[in-house]
Design a protein around this ligand. Structure first.
Ligand code: MLT
Length: 271
């Protein structure tokens, strides 16, 4: 990682690559659960020539420690990550439009940003994510993992998640790269994120009030945030465009980076 920023008791690590010209867009790439900024490797390599590309490790992931979060007696909330990102955006002092790109859990965090820090950035990308809250079954599954991951280890989490993340045709080497990333995650971060995701509110009512340029991107075979559900998100946001990535599952930016990069580059250029 190239940089660290002290925010609210944690040193947030982030990659900050490319500032090609004054006024160029800054893409802030927010990773999913339970991954790190490394999931964006192919976007950073490809897009840094055209945009400033900033990819943080959220609290507890990659090179960022959990710090003093979660605080004893206070249930973890996604707002903690959103506050970190708002402080990071302020620190970046970008001279072009800031595009917040949230993948899956990163999308839930982007919607938390939209609730509390909407003025901090100029455009939004929701990628392979959901606006709805969890139902009771999903919440119970998250709490079970949060309660047991210390004993299970992150390797078991990787094996539990693997069948839902990829399109059938995705090569095993790509699958293994993500499985290894999950297996390397701190179990305490997994527990905190699961509790925070279980507590997230329904963001569906928020969608109609999003006025900034928005791009909605989903893998054709995404089993966790299916295209039909993401199409409804795009339909509910007045200014949203919708792009479906052929041949990808949930991990579209890893599985089909060329198509995802093209969609991001075109969106950034349109701002
Ligand atoms: C993710 O990719 O971030 C997770 O699948 C999100 C979730 O568990 O809902």
């Amino acid at each position: 990682m190239t940089a660290k920023l002290e925010i609210g008791g944690a040193r947030i690590a982030f990659e900050d690559t490319g500032s090609p010209r004054s006024g160029a867009a800054t893409l802030l790439l927010v990773h999913g659960f339970p991954l790190s900024h490394a999931m964006w490797r192919r976007q950073i390599e490809s897009l840094a020539g055209e945009c400033r590309v900033v990819a943080p490790d959220l609290r507890g992931y990659g090179d960022t420690p959990l710090g003093d979060w979660p605080v004893e007696g206070e249930p973890p909330r996604l707002d903690r990550y959103a506050e970190d990102l708002a402080a990071l955006i302020e620190h970046l002092k970008s001279d072009g439009p800031v595009v917040l790109v949230g993948f899956s859990m990163g999308g839930y965090i982007a919607l938390a940003m939209e609730r509390n820090h909407a003025a901090a950035y100029d455009a939004l990308v929701l990628m392979d994510t959901r606006a709805a809250a969890d139902d009771e079954t999903a919440r119970a599954t998250r709490h079970k993992m949060a309660d047991n991951v210390g004993e299970w280890g992150a390797g078991r989490v990787a094996e539990l998640m693997r069948p839902k993340l990829f399109a059938n045709e995705t090569p095993e080497a790509i699958v293994q790269e993500t499985v290894a990333l999950i297996a390397a995650t701190d179990p305490a971060a997994i527990a905190a994120s699961q509790r925070a995701m279980a507590a997230r509110p329904d963001s569906t009512p928020l969608l109609a009030s999003i006025t900034k340029p928005t791009l909605v991107v989903v893998g054709e075979h995404d089993a966790l945030s299916p295209p039909a559900e993401m199409r409804q998100i795009a339909d509910a946001i007045p200014s949203a465009r919708f792009v479906e990535i052929a041949g990808a599952g949930h991990m579209a930016p890893v599985e089909r980076p060329e198509a995802v990069n093209a969609a991001l580059a075109e969106f950034a250029q349109s701002l």
